[in-house]
Write a protein that binds this ligand. Structure first.
Ligand code: GLN
Length: 471
């Protein structure tokens, strides 16, 4: 197998055994970027020189027998994570020449574990989008079929990882943006519990929703990374003092017999047949492997999730983006794209005197009802399973003229963000025309270990991650 196609776990073994060097591994990723990224557009910035220098240092440490957990492993960061000395654009012209003075906590923790930064990945500007088409630097294409979107807003991270340009890539999930690209690109991606991973140094979209995390090739890699990036940093005051479990060690423990909730609102007529069939097949497989039963459940306030999300999120966006008004910072309001402008206007309206009670406050109350729906269900079941996206990946341009159709891509994922709970996207197979399909396993607050264990059991029996796109 080519070095850039290895999982982190496999690459690490090879590096520690001395089968190959970090320089060779990084070169393999850089070669892939050179060969394919003019078509895929996964990266906004590639750090070739820096990455090779870091790899040389990693090789020295490897020769000395130093064993850091990501030593010599090439990774990419969504261009929403600030990186010291490396341009960070948020996918917008507003920050086209912004060079941060410090690293986000997530970035710092990756570096402390020995990871190598190959570059910064493309995204829908500020994280606003589900397809990658809202980037000011051109739309990313899906490596599985370049006429299709890779899912957004962490579009570049999904495409870069699926195309073998790095071994892991960060994302942020405010309403879908880790799980959707993971689903569209045959990858593992987890939206962590709100407050599990620090938001410090992640350019804010909607502060009470934003959840930084990672896309990986496997559940095993996901567990290893979550262990590194989780836990308080003293810089994000919304993080509870919650112990970080030894995720990778717990991974292979048995899940025990499972009570799996299937919400009737998530399996209705709107689901593409192929998606529905593959997800149900995966659920049956999990029951075969772990034992357990399906329990029909209801999340009655699901129908209010999209309206609730599109009041609260734009409200927080309008407040967060006000700092780039060009008066204090930024390059002037004319540099914002259409989607950011739309959300600034929506949010400013929802928060304005006279409308606040009717919109913002009402949406906050609905947020509580949606959270309670999940709490009630989790008193009866261990986890919920559902498709990640109601449809297969769609074509570039298919939804760009219809913002509401685009928003509906998130209908099955955004309730999880409203409730602040975790959900893991797992690859569950391919459609007849060769496009990946993902399923999400949703759990109660801080149940990441349970989700990872179920995912790992399924992954070992199916190994979808071994199938690679031809580009
Ligand atoms: N697609 C959603 C939106 O446009 C979610 C984005 C995200 O999770 N960053 O708001």
């Amino acid at each position: 197998m080519k070095l850039n196609e290895l999982t982190i776990d496999q690459a690490q073994e090879g590096l520690f055994r001395g089968d190959f060097s970090s320089v060779e591994l990084v070169r393999a990723c850089l070669a892939r970027i050179k060969k394919a990224d003019s078509r895929i557009k996964a990266f906004i910035t590639v750090c070739e020189k820096k990455a090779l220098n870091q790899a040389r240092e990693a090789d020295q440490q490897l020769r000395k027998g130093i064993k850091k957990r990501l030593l010599g492993i090439p990774v990419a960061f969504k261009d929403l994570f600030v990186t010291e000395g490396i341009k960070t654009t948020a996918g917008s012209q507003v920050l086209a020449d912004f060079i941060p003075q410090y690293d986000a906590t997530v970035v710092r923790r990756f570096k402390e574990a020995g990871a190598i930064v190959v570059g910064k990945t493309n995204l829908d500007a500020w994280g606003h989008g589900s397809s990658g088409e809202n980037s000011a630097f051109g739309a990313t294409r899906n490596p599985w079929n370049q006429e299709y979107v890779p899912g957004g807003s962490s579009s570049g991270s999904g495409a870069a990882l699926a195309a073998g340009m790095c071994l892991a890539a960060t994302g942020t999930d405010t309403g879908s943006s880790i799980r959707l690209p993971a689903s569209f690109c045959n990858l593992v991606g987890m939206k962590n519990t709100y407050g599990r991973v620090s938001r410090f140094g992640v350019i804010a979209m909607a502060s009470s929703f934003d959840c930084p995390g990672c896309l990986t090739k496997t559940v095993k890699d996901q567990a290893a990374i979550l262990e590194i990036i989780s836990g308080q940093d003293g810089a994000d005051a919304t993080m509870p003092d919650q112990k970080v479990p030894d995720y990778s060690r717990i991974l292979s423990q048995e899940t025990g017999s499972l009570k799996i909730g299937l919400p009737k609102e998530y399996f209705n007529r709107g689901i593409d047949n192929e998606v529905g069939d593959l997800v149900k097949k995966a659920i049956r497989k999990i029951i075969d492997l772990s034992g357990g039963e399906i329990i029909p459940v209801s999340l009655p306030h699901t129908k209010y999730a999209m309206p609730c999300y599109y009041i609260l999120v734009p409200s927080e966006i309008s407040s967060n983006l006000a700092r780039y008004d060009g008066i204090r910072y930024g390059r002037g309001r004319d540099k914002f794209g259409d989607e950011a402008k739309r959300r600034i206007m929506l949010g400013t309206y929802a928060l304005s005197a006279g409308y606040y009670d009717a919109f913002y406050l009402k949406a906050q109350k609905i947020r509580t009802l949606i959270k309670r729906d999940f709490e009630k269900v989790f008193s009866k079941v261990d986890v919920i399973m559902a498709p990640t996206s109601p449809t297969l990946p769609f074509k570039l341009g298919e939804k760009t003229n219809d913002p509401l159709a685009m928003y509906l891509s998130d209908i099955l994922v955004c309730p999880v963000n409203i409730a602040g709970i975790p959900a893991l996207n797992l690859p569950v197979g391919f459609s007849k025309n060769g496009l990946p399909v993902g399923m999400q396993i949703i759990g109660s607050q801080f149940s990441e270990e349970k989700l990872l264990r179920i995912g790992y059991t399924y992954e070992q029996a199916t190994e979808w991650y071994k199938i690679k796109p031809k580009i």
